[in-house]
Design a protein around this ligand. Structure first.
Ligand code: ZN
Ligand code: ZN
Length: 368
């Protein structure tokens, strides 16, 4: 008898439908995942709210969920060799399914693959075998999927932090090359900003400063708990002045912008970074231009400004290692978990349309 999978399908903006599909059979190169959890991030809300219309991510009907944790349930012989896993193993599945053949794939920059499929974002549920997202009991493992072995003793909610944590590793450590003695400013205390605090500290940063607004008080307190040396409330004090004070006038070695929407942090980053320093730009601004950015300052101060999107293989491996060793410290970020039947509630909470207990930081969904 064929097993049945359950999924939350986004059929129109703001509309979920629970649907059932047969759990697919696997051939030699593919597999099936029993989903344990799907983590949520801002993209889940944008997708739900219809903010991605006109982009390649505006695909429906779709099973969302691109931050995927689960156990290998079925596995082809060839797939077992490729992924170095066996049935029953706990794994993380990267969102991207790179083509392996385009220029970007060939030079190892799969995040920019031109034909990237992508779980939860790029493939409609209408495409067989239908199970292309994490808001479901099962998910199809495509032959080109990228799997990482996950430790078995880290609780579900914390383990589902791997995706934002891998971003924090790439943006707060790999790209800027954060090291011993550095001062880093992190603009924006969302889950990625908070995790970047942990990453920067582990990398040896001497001073980690995080900024937020008055509304972020709870998150800034959490940042302190995670090791931040100083917090700045940008609507109460001048962040550029504060950073100058905290660095003896020199400025920060690295500024990481993970704030969503606001463009002022980019202008401030150029002011607060030291000469020869690096500004990492990771917070999307909804296609808006950045006000009065004076690029001469980049030249005269020899500032490196670098855009970053998503994660990397190594950053994901490092995030797993951090979770293995430090998961108890990161539990405080896991504020909410819901069954997939309540995807609607989870995504609305994420978009701050509703409230449900504590200030949301990391939210995850689990199948029943
Ligand atoms: Zn995400
Ligand atoms: Zn490619």
């Amino acid at each position: 008898m064929t097993e049945t999978a359950h999924a939350a399908v986004l059929t129109a903006p703001r509309t979920f439908e629970t649907r059932e599909y047969p759990v697919p059979d696997v051939d030699i190169g593919s597999g099936v995942l029993r989903v344990e959890a799907a983590g949520l991030c801002g993209t889940d809300y944008e997708q739900f709210a219809g903010h991605l219309e006109g982009t390649k991510w505006a695909i429906r009907p779709i099973i969302p969920g691109h931050e995927i944790l689960g156990h290998v349930e079925k596995l082809g012989r060839e797939a077992a060799r490729t992924w170095k896993v066996k049935e029953g193993d706990r794994v993380i599945v990267e969102s991207s399914i790179p083509c392996g053949q385009c220029f970007q794939c060939l030079i190892g920059r799969t995040v920019l693959c031109q034909h990237n499929l992508g779980y939860g974002l790029r493939i409609s549920v209408n495409e067989a075998p239908h199970l292309w997202g994490g808001y479901a009991s099962h998910m199809y493992l495509h032959p080109r999927a990228r799997l990482h072995r996950a430790p078995t003793d880290v609780p579900t909610g914390v383990m589902s932090l791997f995706n934002p944590l891998s971003n924090a590793v790439r943006w707060g450590f790999e790209k800027p090359g954060t090291g011993i003695g550095d001062t880093i400013v992190i603009e924006g205390p969302g889950q990625r900003g908070l995790l970047a605090v942990v990453v920067a500290k582990m990398a040896g940063a001497a001073q980690v400063i995080i900024t937020g607004t008055r509304a972020d008080r709870a998150r800034l307190a959490l940042a302190k708990q995670l090791g931040a040396d100083a917090t700045i409330v940008v609507d109460e004090e001048d962040p550029v002045e504060r950073v100058r004070d905290l660095t003896g006038g020199a400025g920060a070695d690295i500024v990481l912008d993970v704030s969503a929407g606001a463009t002022e942090p980019i202008i401030q980053a150029v002011e607060m970074v030291r000469a020869g320093g690096t500004v990492v730009v990771a917070g999307l601004k909804n296609q808006r231009p950045v006000g009065n950015l004076v690029t001469d300052k980049l030249i005269l101060k020899e500032i490196s400004m670098v855009g970053v999107l998503s994660s990397s293989w190594t950053a994901t491996e490092r995030s797993i290692d951090i979770l293995r060793r430090r998961w108890k410290d990161l539990r405080a970020l896991c504020t909410h978990g819901y069954p997939i039947e309540r995807a609607d509630t989870a995504v609305k909470l994420l978009g701050r349309e509703i409230e449900d207990g504590p200030e949301p930081v990391h939210i995850h969904l689990t199948p029943r």
